[in-house]
Design a protein around this ligand. Structure first.
Ligand SMILES: NCc1[nH]cc(CCC(=O)O)c1CC(=O)O
Ligand SMILES: [Mg+2]
Length: 335
C-alpha cells in the first residue's frame, strides 16, 4: 500500500509551534512593562511597611518607603502608580469630608511623588470609601441608600484637590451616575485641562475586593453592607456597554473593567465596541488566590502570574492594574 492513499493533514498548525524562534515570530499578544500600572497602599508615618495578611507581598507604605518603591518602578520602566490611602479611623466621617482636604494624605503623597519622579505617572482613586465611617463609596440617606448627586458633588471636590496636587490621572471608582461629566467639567473650569480621567466604567459588585477592603480598613466599617445599589450586577454585560458609552460621552479618556480575570468577556466586548484605551483591574482577590495557590505549591507562581497578565492583553486591554506589577516587571526585565 502506497503512502499516497493516506490523507495526512495538509495544514499542520503545530509547525508554528515547532521551536522557540517560530513561536516568538507568530505570537499575537505581548505583555510588556509598559502595560503595567502598580496599585500601592499608602499610610501616614515614617519607616512603615505594614503587611496586608490577605495579600502576601503587599504592604501599606509610609511616604518614605513609597518613594523607594517608586524609584524601583522608574528603574524598571513601569509607567504609572495607582495610589490608595489608608485613612486613620479618627478622620472617618459619614460624609467622608477628609477626601476633600487639600492637606490630606493623598494630595501630600501625590505632590511628593511628582516632585521626586516627574516622569512617573501617578493616578488617584476618586471614591469616598476609605474616608467614610460606614465604608460606603457615597453619602447614605436615612434608609442607607447612597444618594447619587450629593455624592457626585463630594467626588468633584475630591478630584479637584487631587488635580491641584498635580496628579496625572484621576480614576473615579464609585459608579455614581454622571460623575465623569461633573468631574470633567470642574477640571476644565479650574484650568486642569491636562488631567486625564480613567473611568471605572464597568465596575461590578464583586466579592473579589475583600482583601483590598482589609488593606484600606474599610471592611470592618462596611460590615454586612454591600454596594449592589451602585456597583454592577455580575450577571450583566449589555449594561457594561451602556455604562462605558456614557462615560466616554461624558469625557473619560480611558475606561476600565473591574474585576479582571472573571470579566474577560466584558473587557473583550468593551474593546471591540468602542476601540478606546481600555484597562483591566486584576483586583486584590485575584491576586490573593494566585498567591495562595502558589504558596501551597499548587500553581507555579511566575508562570501563572505572567499567563494571567497576558490574558488581559489577549482580551484587548491596553494596560492592566495589578498588584503583581512590580514582580512581573522584574521578571520581564530579566527577560
Ligand atoms: N472604591 C474603592 C475601591 N477602589 C478599588 C477597589 C478594589 C480593588 C481591589 O480589590 O484590588 C475598591 C473597593 C470597593 O469598591 O469596594
Ligand atoms: Mg456609570
Amino acid at each position: 500500500m502506497s503512502h499516497a492513499h493516506f490523507s495526512f493533514p495538509l495544514t499542520r498548525p503545530r509547525r508554528l509551534r515547532y521551536d522557540a524562534f517560530t513561536r516568538d515570530l507568530v505570537r499575537e499578544s505581548q505583555l510588556t512593562v509598559k502595560d503595567l500600572i502598580y496599585p500601592v497602599f499608602v499610610q501616614e508615618g515614617q519607616g512603615l511597611r505594614t503587611p496586608v495578611p490577605s495579600m502576601p507581598g503587599v504592604q501599606r507604605l509610609s511616604l518614605d518607603q513609597l518613594l523607594r518603591v517608586a524609584e524601583e518602578c522608574v528603574a524598571l520602566g513601569i509607567p504609572c502608580l495607582a495610589l490608595f490611602p489608608v485613612i486613620d479611623a479618627s478622620l472617618k466621617t459619614p460624609d467622608g469630608e477628609e477626601a476633600a482636604n487639600p492637606d490630606g494624605l493623598v494630595p501630600r503623597v501625590v505632590a511628593a511623588l511628582k516632585q521626586r519622579f516627574p516622569q512617573l505617572g501617578v493616578m488617584t482613586d476618586v471614591a469616598l470609601d476609605p474616608y467614610t465611617s460606614h465604608g460606603q463609596d457615597g453619602l447614605p440617606d436615612e434608609r442607607g441608600y447612597i444618594h447619587n448627586d450629593a455624592t457626585v458633588q463630594q467626588l468633584v471636590r475630591q478630584a479637584l484637590v487631587q488635580a491641584q496636587a498635580g496628579v496625572d490621572i484621576v480614576a473615579p471608582s464609585d459608579m455614581m451616575d454622571g460623575r465623569i461629566g461633573a468631574i470633567r467639567q470642574a477640571l476644565e473650569t479650574h484650568g486642569h485641562v491636562h488631567t486625564r480621567i480613567m473611568a471605572y466604567s464597568a465596575k461590578y459588585a464583586s466579592a473579589f475586593y475583600g482583601p483590598f477592603r482589609d488593606a484600606v480598613g474599610s471592611a470592618a466599617n462596611l460590615g454586612k453592607g454591600d454596594k449592589k445599589t451602585y456597583q454592577m450586577d455580575p450577571a450583566n454585560t449589555n449594561e457594561a456597554l451602556r455604562e462605558v458609552a456614557l462615560d466616554i460621552q461624558e469625557g473619560a479618556d480611558m475606561v476600565m473593567v473591574k474585576p479582571g480575570m472573571p470579566y474577560l468577556d466584558v473587557l473583550w466586548r468593551v474593546k471591540q465596541a468602542f476601540e478606546v484605551p481600555t484597562f483591566a483591574y486584576q483586583v486584590s482577590g485575584e491576586y490573593a488566590m494566585l498567591k495562595a495557590a502558589a504558596a501551597n505549591g499548587w500553581l507555579a507562581h511566575d508562570a501563572v502570574m505572567l499567563e494571567s497578565l497576558l490574558a488581559f492583553k489577549r482580551a484587548g486591554a491596553d494596560g492592566v492594574l495589578s498588584y503583581f506589577a512590580l514582580e512581573a516587571a522584574r521578571l520581564l526585565k530579566a527577560g
